[in-house]
Design a protein around this ligand. Structure first.
Ligand SMILES: Cc1ncc(COP(=O)(O)O)c(C=O)c1O
Length: 433
């Protein structure tokens, strides 16, 4: 154990809690501020349970029940809640306006993009719609989705196809990245104009081989859209390195930010391939209704700002900045490792039960593993299993989408192996019924 970490652990244990950001309101009495300026977060081990237990204290999330549904909603830690509160109070006492532009910069730095490539949205679906309704497509063109879409990933494309008489087809997500690639290749036709794929599928949580898909799409001159709902805050994202032109995500799942926040990344070179469908303050390079010769919209902003407009909620964007600071302090490399460590632990524990009734659906291929695990029981319907889990004090997600019919478990940095053990014991009991 590094000396500075030992010193920190002693200090934090004495104080009873860990505070990554100074905050003034909630639980101030039992979460005092600690000076982290000399603490090296890169030396934290993924299995250092003492550290992760302290980190858990930063989340007001109740402890009577075990929350295993981060894939739907990421509970915020105190510093985020505090930042939202503070900003709202500030806005409403001073009457100040604006401030959300700061988030564009903060987000861009966090995911290795440029500020100009970030459009602020309210959720993932909004970003998907900007692309699905904005790309130039004509009657007869084909769009390829997957057989593991979320409604938010499917509807914008199905809607575009319905309005414009386009064809939608899908490829099957394989057990391995290679199988998925083979399935995708077999579905591409001369008419395929768009591939829309989740970075991490919402159903069984598999990470998709995006870099390989980017390469394939580029070679064949096909537009590739990535639904990154589960990427932000789960993976150490580097959007320039990932290479895709369009990536929509949110800050309210794995980043544990305020609900109703997200962003769309549009690579600078791809901007002009999209027609903006909704515009307003911030979308333009100039406009006039009264100046001669005619009322005119002079042009569109030369950045992804052209797709977001009007008044934003400054307090939730302050919360996003705080969430990024929180994760940045731990470092995304450590967060990603811990997230993968916990889900791998859960998967291995389920497999160790060697119960034929338990069917693990998530791929155990290391590069396809993220923070989500899905399974079903052969002896119990998945909806009944969800009810039993709820009654036993676990919050899990039943996945009915695309007839996958399973239970999804998402574990994040506030979860512990202890909680996972309790859940595995519960599954064992259910599998023996
Ligand atoms: C893969 C995927 N895409 C899109 C969405 C929709 O996200 P939002 O509700 O933020 O629009 C979700 C939500 O769970 C998702 O899992």
């Amino acid at each position: 154990m590094a000396t500075d970490r030992r010193k920190f652990l002693k200090q934090a244990t004495q104080l009873g809690a860990l505070s990554i950001l100074p905050f003034s309101g909630f639980a101030k009495n039992n979460t005092p501020e600690i000076d982290f300026s000399s603490f090296d977060f890169t030396k934290i081990n993924t299995d250092d349970e003492q550290f992760w237990k302290m980190l858990r204290l930063q989340f007001p999330l109740h402890t009577e029940k075990i929350y295993l549904n981060n894939g739907t909603m990421g509970p915020s830690p105190y510093p985020v809640i505090e930042a939202v509160n503070q900003k709202m109070l500030q806005v409403d006492t001073t009457g100040e306006y604006g401030g959300w532009e700061e988030s564009r910069k903060t987000i861009a730095k966090f995911v290795n993009a440029t500020e100009d490539e970030i459009c602020l949205t309210h959720n993932v679906t909004e970003g998907i719609n900007i692309i699905a309704q904005g790309l130039e497509l004509k009657k007869g063109d084909e769009i390829l989705l997957t057989n593991h879409e979320h409604v938010g990933g499917a509807l914008p494309w199905l809607h575009r196809a319905k309005v414009q008489d386009l064809k939608v087809d899908y490829f099957v997500i394989g057990k391995t990245a290679d199988q998925t690639m083979a399935n995708l290749k077999s579905k591409i036709t001369k008419k395929t104009k768009v591939i829309a794929v989740p970075h991490i599928v919402c159903t069984i949580g598999q990470i998709q081989p995006i870099k390989e898909i980017v390469e394939l799409a580029k070679k064949q001159n096909i537009e590739l859209f990535v639904d990154g709902a589960h990427g932000m805050g789960m993976l150490n994202l580097d959007l320039h390195d990932l290479g895709c032109d369009y990536y929509a995500t949110c800050c309210h799942k794995w980043l544990c930010g305020p609900k109703g926040t997200g962003f769309l990344y549009v690579k600078k070179e791809a901007l002009d391939k999209l027609q903006a469908r909704y515009v307003g303050a911030g979308s333009d390079t100039g406009w006039s209704v009264i100046e001669p010769p005619t009322p005119v919209l002079k042009g569109y902003a030369t950045t992804a700002h052209r797709f977001d407009y009007g008044t934003q909620n400054a307090s939730i964007w302050a919360g996003v900045n705080a969430a990024i600071k929180f994760f940045d302090t731990i470092t995304m490399a450590v967060v990603e490792e811990r997230v993968k460590y916990l889900s791998t632990y859960l998967q291995n524990e389920l497999l160790k039960l060697k119960n034929d009734n338990i069917e693990l659906l998530t791929s155990t291929e290391p590069k396809s593993r993220g923070g989500v695990t899905a399974f079903k029981l052969k002896n119990m319907d998945f909806t009944k299993l969800q009810t039993e889990a709820t009654n036993a004090g676990f919050r899990v997600r039943a996945v009915a989408e695309n007839n996958v019919n399973c239970i999804r478990i998402s574990t994040h940095i506030y979860n512990s192996p202890e909680e996972i053990n309790k859940f595995v014991k519960f599954v064992e009991e259910m599998a023996m019924k």
